[in-house]
Every structure is written in structure tokens, then in C-alpha cells.
Design a protein around this ligand. Structure first.
Ligand SMILES: [Zn+2]
Length: 280
């Protein structure tokens, strides 16, 4: 895999302090904004082939994924409907098998999915009847102000230029429209486990190029012109593996409870987060 040096994808500062190494890939922490990102990283285009085989293909694995994501998708749908008067038009970026756009279509929304994996797009279209554009957000070139909501579940950490993607989301949203991002908050756990020389592969190298925190996601969205940025635990997943299920649900419940008790100030590190923001 061809690697190239990069500067901070959020603020452009070059360099960065060493943070962690995983599977031969190096992560640094930006000395200016604190974002943790891979540097050097796979050159542009190197990862496109990787994503053709990224999604599981076995029926039972797809079903396990669907079950795992069901509580999170239901909660996210409710969050969106509390923020924008629906049903309107929604775009799910990186929709995978299309379960979220299917759910929103069932709730009366006009839902479109974006997916670069041919297998994922085929499944979403053929099996779930979801409208899918096989393109990146930039390539799709949607009309300005054409969506009431844009979602991206576990996508921003994969993007070489998350700022460009959020600017594009802002462009295609109507004023008052909502962006919902779901992202893994892995860096604090990685820091903690590496003290014990544990390397659990939590950075998902080379897939995850950035490791966000509530602070860096807020900076990303404010820089993209969004307002009312809010990060919450926002539900939990239901993984097939009982141990991960215990971690996922237990961590999710604990994190949600702490967030609620503290009035949203305490966001348990390590547990995935949902961030919503509004286009002014
Ligand atoms: Zn930075």
C-alpha cells in the first residue's frame, strides 16, 4: 500500500505528536487542535479497492449487523424527527446494506442512500428496495438545499477529508436541516489499553483515518458552518457476540445514564457518540 504524508485534516497544521501505532500504521495527535489522525496514510485511491471487500457478505453476518444496529437506528430516527418536521427528504451517506434508509422510508421519508461498495449497494437496492447512488458525496453532486436531513453512521472516521464532506452536507441541506453523525470514540480507550501493552486493534487501521472526540467533532461542524452542535451517547448497538453485546449495551446504558445525570456534560470516553447539528 502506497503511503503519503498528510497534515491535520481538520485544521491543516503539519506534523503532530506520536499517539499510537497499530498494524504498522502510525497515528499522531495534532499539536494545534488535538485531532488524532493517521500519518502517513494510504495515498488517495488506495482505499477504494479495500472498501469493495469491507462489508461482510455472508447472510448471517449481514443479519447480525442488522440486529446490532437496530436500536441505534431507531433512536437516531426519533432524534431526527424531534429536530426537523418530517417526513421530508433524507440522505444516508455510506448506507452499507441500506437498513437506515429503509427504516426512514417506512416512516414516510423520501430516503436516498449513498454507497461505494458495489455489494452493499446491490443489497440495498435489490433486497430492500432502497434508492442508492453509487458514489461519494462529492461525486453525487446533489442540488443545493435538497435534503431535510443527512446522516452518516460510522463514516467520518474513514474519510480522507471529513471537512470537505461536512461542507458538502451543509451545501445540500435546507436551512434548518439536520446533520446526524455517528462515530467511534476509540482514542481514549486506546490510550488506556496501551498502558498495559494491550493492542486490541481499536483504531481499525488502515480503515479509520481520523479518531474524533466530542471537541474535535464540534470544531469540524462549526468550521463547516453548522450551529447547535450537540453530542450525546445516543443509544447503543446489539452485537451478535455476547461479550461485545455486554460491552456495547452495558457501556451504552452506563454512558447514557452518566450523560443524563450530568446534564450532558459527562460523555463516557470509549463509547460511540452521536452528534447532531443544524444548518442555519
Ligand atoms: Zn489540527
Amino acid at each position: 500500500m502506497k503511503l503519503e504524508e498528510t497534515s491535520c485534516p481538520l485544521c491543516g497544521t503539519a506534523g503532530g505528536e506520536f499517539f499510537h501505532e497499530e498494524a504498522g500504521f502510525r497515528y499522531v495527535s495534532c499539536t494545534s487542535c488535538g485531532l488524532v489522525y493517521m500519518n502517513p496514510r494510504p495515498a488517495a485511491g488506495e482505499l477504494l479497492g479495500h472498501y469493495q471487500t469491507y462489508l461482510p457478505v455472508a447472510g448471517e453476518e449481514i443479519e447480525a449487523w442488522r440486529i446490532s444496529m437496530t436500536p441505534l437506528f431507531a433512536k437516531s430516527a426519533r432524534m431526527i424527527e424531534e429536530m426537523v418536521r418530517g417526513p421530508g427528504r433524507i440522505l444516508d451517506v455510506g448506507c452499507g446494506f441500506g437498513f437506515f434508509p429503509r427504516l426512514m422510508a417506512d416512516r414516510g421519508w423520501e430516503a436516498v442512500g449513498l454507497e461505494i461498495s458495489g455489494f452493499g449497494a446491490d443489497f440495498a437496492e435489490g433486497r430492500l428496495g432502497v434508492t442508492v447512488a453509487r458514489a461519494t458525496l462529492k461525486e453525487a453532486g446533489f442540488a443545493p438545499g435538497s435534503f431535510d436531513a443527512v446522516t452518516a453512521f460510522y463514516v467520518i472516521e474513514h474519510l480522507p477529508d471529513p471537512l470537505a464532506a461536512c461542507l458538502e452536507a451543509a451545501r445540500i441541506l435546507k436551512p434548518g436541516g439536520v446533520l446526524l453523525l455517528r462515530w467511534p470514540h476509540s482514542a481514549p480507550l486506546v490510550k488506556w489499553t496501551s498502558r498495559f501493552n494491550l493492542n486490541l486493534g481499536l483504531m481499525h487501521a488502515p480503515s479509520h483515518l481520523c479518531q474524533f472526540s466530542p471537541r474535535s467533532v464540534a470544531a469540524l461542524l462549526e468550521r463547516s458552518g453548522f450551529v447547535r452542535v450537540r453530542t450525546v451517547v445516543g443509544g447503543w448497538t446489539w452485537p451478535a457476540n455476547p461479550l461485545w453485546r455486554l460491552a456495547g449495551v452495558g457501556g451504552g446504558i452506563l454512558a447514557e445514564a452518566l450523560g443524563r445525570i450530568s446534564g450532558g456534560r459527562l460523555l463516557l470516553p470509549g463509547v460511540s457518540k452521536t452528534t447532531t447539528a443544524v444548518k442555519p
